[in-house]
Design a protein around this ligand. Structure first.
Ligand SMILES: [Zn+2]
Length: 163
């Protein structure tokens, strides 16, 4: 077992306890972010080497895979975010915004565009190429929805956008 997996076990006591917590967290947050009639994604813990491999060295806390055939949508979580409950909440909420968008971004047209988000995003990226890459995975709908979710959950938008 890797060091970061050991840290996860030390925090939760067992993988079962962690998965029980994660299932409860996603069941709590999914209706808040996606509405009550949206299928709730399953949650999977993924090994750290996968997070490093995916985006050419860029570390990632989580990823989202849409449903495919009989397989439900999956939120994949990497050990780096599994020892901090506040961070975990942000990361799961972020991935649920991807889920919401993938399922058709219901209500997106009613969301106000967020000046606060524009300021936060401009401050985050000093490198135009990095900003373009981030924006390629995070549409204006995603950003507007994240702004509304951050307000509902009482978390910082900057953290929700970039977790
Ligand atoms: Zn994202």
């Amino acid at each position: 077992m890797s060091d970061d997996e050991e840290a996860v076990l030390a925090k939760w006591g067992s993988w079962d306890a962690l998965y029980t917590y994660l299932a409860r967290l996603v069941r709590e947050l999914s209706p808040v972010v996606c509405g009550h009639h949206t299928p709730v994604p399953t949650v999977e813990v993924k090994p750290t080497w996968l997070a490093r491999g995916l985006l050419g060295g860029q570390h990632s806390g989580a990823d989202y895979e849409p449903a495919e055939g009989q397989r439900p949508a999956v939120i994949g979580l990497f050990p780096a975010v599994l020892t901090d409950e506040a961070l975990l909440r942000l990361v799961v909420a972020h991935e649920l915004v991807h889920h919401w968008e993938h399922l058709g971004a219901q209500g997106a047209d009613e969301l106000p565009s967020s000046d606060a988000a524009a300021t936060i995003i401009a401050a985050r990226f000093t490198n135009a190429q990095r900003e373009r890459r981030w924006r390629s995975g995070h549409s204006s709908y995603f950003i507007a929805k994240a702004s509304s979710v951050a307000a509902t959950l009482g978390v910082q938008l900057r953290q929700l956008l970039f977790s």
